[in-house]
Design a binder for this molecule. Structure first.
Ligand SMILES: Cc1cc2nc3c(=O)[nH]c(=O)nc-3n(C[C@H](O)[C@H](O)[C@H](O)COP(=O)(O)OP(=O)(O)OC[C@H]3O[C@@H](n4cnc5c(N)ncnc54)[C@H](O)[C@@H]3O)c2cc1C
Length: 436
């Protein structure tokens, strides 16, 4: 087994690429990340990301302890378990809540994307290179691989990781046969602030995430509540943050976006009138809200009110596509992670968690190589098997939820509702299916 120091080249400074970079950097492995965006703040998005235990474990393992602690302190609490209801708010099933005493690395966290990005970039100034658009790679006779960038520069390493998202150029060169297909669903989502004016919201909607399964279409809600006030966070760990060069005021300000209920309405694409299909993003919130309201005519008044009260400027539309399952390929020194290989509709909030899982698994594999316990190609082959299994299981789950929302069949709906009702009354069945 080789004990030569490893050099890893990562393309893409998104969630998965940066989590891997943190984990390798902390383990003393030489790593460089190349990102197309010109600067760290080029694309900051305001909404929160639900990090499930699978993602929390990876972040806990990859991030230095002080950054993990800040992540937990600034994250919101998405509440215990998930409820499944009819459109008349009749409970079909409630997923079991995880034990309260669980370690934070085994819990769910609602993290601000902006804060997560700042934490993932912290301490990596010399590692992450912005303004580097990857154009292709070349595998060299000495076993190394060279990534080429649009500005004419290049970077060579022992392995190349494509963490470059849904339109991955690394994947296109490595697996030209891999396909992404549009799916006929459409998502419409909005945010309602949890201030005094929202006191009428049913308790379930302000305390946990929920799925509403009517006779057609589908609604999902999630709650984002901070665990403590900004002042309390700064007071509690402000000194620790400053000691490692983080600005606590800036971090809590980023994480601050108000507590809110997020909803996502999912239906077949044909519910969209032709003019809304092509309408430009800005200013279509009002029309989208009217559309959802018209589909909810016989739903419980509280659900209709949720949509009616949501400010139009928070309402957006999402089109969906999904990666087709890729058969394992002969492993080389070029690999992929996250959306680059197993992208999926955001129904269920699984994509980012799958990218984090990959980062955690690849980190472990490369540490074993760096310590001389394994050779690079067998380690990468084992990583790719685990990554494909986990990633495409998430793709299947997201696709199943989407099918449920878009299939016109009443019979399928009835079976699904019966299934959740059975899970509701049979705890062993529920635990077998829904415990992570
Ligand atoms: C509305 C919405 C809500 C979501 N909510 C959740 C949620 O709650 N939980 C969850 O787990 N997931 C969620 N997701 C999915 C999640 O955002 C993605 O699955 C996740 O970001 C994938 O991470 P990644 O690192 O693979 O790719 P990305 O985060 O997309 O990163 C890819 C990076 O590669 C860079 N790049 C691309 N091409 C090049 C190139 N040629 N050269 C150099 N760099 C390049 C990009 O600029 C980008 O920075 C949601 C998605 C959407 C759309």
């Amino acid at each position: 087994m080789s004990t030569r120091p490893l050099r890893a080249v990562i393309v893409g400074a998104g969630i998965g690429g940066l989590c891997l970079a943190q984990g390798l950097h902390a383990a003393g492995i030489d790593v460089a990340v190349f990102e197309r965006d010109a600067a760290p703040d080029a694309r900051l998005q305001g909404y929160r990301l639900n990090i499930e235990p699978v993602g929390s474990r990876a972040l806990h393992d990859c991030l230095p302890a002080h950054l993990w602690q800040v992540l937990v302190a600034t994250a919101g609490d998405p509440g215990p378990g998930m409820g499944v209801f009819t459109e008349r708010l009749r409970l079909l099933m409630r997923e079991d809540a995880p034990p309260a005493e669980r370690d934070p690395s085994e819990q769910t966290h609602a993290v601000s994307r902006v804060t997560l990005r700042r934490l993932l970039l912290a301490g990596l100034d010399d590692v992450v290179h912005f303004g580097k658009e990857f154009t292709g790679y070349r595998q060299n006779a000495d076993g190394t691989v060279t990534a080429q960038f649009a500005d004419g520069t290049s970077a060579t390493g022992d392995l190349l990781v494509g963490a470059d998202g849904v339109n991955s150029r690394v994947r296109r060169q490595l697996l030209p046969h891999a396909r992404r297909t549009p799916v006929p669903g459409v998502g419409i989502g909005g945010k309602l602030r949890l201030d005094d004016g929202a006191a009428w919201l049913p308790e379930e909607m302000t305390s946990t995430k929920n799925m509403f399964l009517p006779k057609r279409d589908f609604l999902f809600t999630a709650v984002f509540r901070r665990r403590e006030t900004d002042g309390a966070t700064v007071e509690r760990i402000g000194d620790q943050m400053r000691a490692v060069g983080l600005d606590p005021e800036l971090l809590v300000q980023d994480a601050k976006d108000d507590d809110y209920v997020m909803w996502a309405y999912v239906a077949h694409r044909r519910v969209l009138p032709a003019d809304l299909l092509d309408a430009p993003a800005g200013g279509r919130g009002q029309r989208l809200r009217e559309l959802v309201t018209s589909r909810l005519a016989d739903w419980h008044p509280d659900l209709r009110e949720l949509i009616a009260q949501t400010p139009a400027d928070t309402i957006e539309r999402f089109d969906f596509a999904t990666a087709e399952r890729v058969k394992p390929w002969p492993t080389t020194n070029v690999t992929v992670l996250g959306d680059a290989i197993h992208s999926m509709p955001p129904v269920g909030g699984l994509g980012g968690n799958a990218a984090l899982y990959d980062a955690g698994a690849l980190r472990r594999a490369l540490i074993a190589v760096g310590q001389g316990e394994d050779d690079l190609l067998p380690a990468l082959a084992a990583y790719e098997r685990a990554m494909l299994n986990n990633g495409f299981a998430a793709v299947r789950a997201a696709t199943m939820y989407l099918r449920l929302a878009t299939l016109p069949s009443r019979a399928v709906r009835t079976i699904a509702r019966t299934f959740f009702r059975l899970c509701g009354v049979l705890p062993p069945l529920r635990r077998a299916i829904f415990s992570d």
